[in-house]
Design a protein around this ligand. Structure first.
Ligand code: TMP
Ligand code: ASP
Length: 236
């Protein structure tokens, strides 16, 4: 598969056309940002780890019946995916209080919710990815009612699958962010990435943070945390 011109460059990855119009190549970068791009840095080896970790999760989810954009790994930091149009919504699932929900609702971090929380944010760095509800989504034509219901059902299924898989690896899935895309045929599939950049992972025994919060909060041992996640998932 030939890598042709770049169609998109995001903060953590680049997307390229291929010689087949149905497929794109995603290249994951070591560059890291936080706070809508205001904080910048490099996490050595992140591109490779996020590529491989995402592949593990996408393969697991496909096996469990969740359609994704993933086709196969191409190199340490590249994967082949289906071409999709990204729905401009971040779909966030929270099992424990942390991050913005702790701030917004005045909750200390680490409280387990009796039922998971689902949030949607409108993907816009300029606006700081503002939280929106179903009514905003419908009024702004970001997704239809049926699509909202598909995103919701898929997000909760994904939460169940990933939470139990990670529990076995001694990791608590605190929260995570998903993005979905639409294929030219109109099917909604899970897209983007699932990695320590887009999830909060806490060690089940020590509650140590094994994710991008170490970068966001200048906690040190950032690379080590990413490597530890990859090691537990068997992709190093
Ligand atoms: P939050 O607590 O900052 O709202 O983050 C919730 C989850 O979403 C957390 O696992 C990190 C992830 N996330 C992203 O993937 N991208 C983002 O831009 C933000 C703010 C959070
Ligand atoms: N990826 C987001 C950004 O740069 C934020 C984050 O993950 O904290 O801005």
């Amino acid at each position: 598969m030939d890598k042709l011109e770049q169609v998109y460059e995001g903060k953590a990855k680049k997307v390229f056309k291929t010689d087949d119009p149905h497929y794109y190549i995603i290249e994951y970068k070591d560059e890291a940002t936080a706070f809508d791009g205001k904080k910048k840095g490099i996490i050595q080896g992140k591109g490779t780890i996020n590529n491989k970790v995402s592949a593990v999760f996408f393969e697991l989810l496909e096996q469990k019946g969740i359609p994704t954009h993933f086709i196969k790994l191409l190199s340490p930091n590249e994967m082949l995916v289906k071409k999709v149009d990204i729905i401009p919504l971040e779909v966030i699932v929270r099992n424990y209080s942390a991050g913005s929900v702790s701030k917004r609702l005045g909750l200390e971090e680490g409280i387990k919710f009796d039922t998971p929380i689902l949030e949607f944010s409108y993907k816009s760095d300029e606006l700081g990815d503002p939280m929106v509800n179903d009514y905003h989504i419908l009024a702004l034509h970001l997704a239809t009612k049926d699509e909202i219901s598909t995103l919701t059902q898929q997000a909760f299924k994904i939460n169940d699958i990933l939470s139990s898989y990670l529990w076995e690896k001694n990791i608590i899935l605190v929260d995570f962010k998903l993005e979905f895309g639409k294929t030219p045929e109109g099917d909604i599939v899970l897209a983007d990435e699932i990695s320590p950049d887009t999830c909060r992972f806490w060690d089940r025994t020590t509650m140590e943070k094994l994710d991008k919060d170490r970068f966001r909060r200048d906690m040190g041992n950032v690379e080590e945390a990413y490597i530890e996640v990859a090691r537990r998932l068997g992709c190093l």
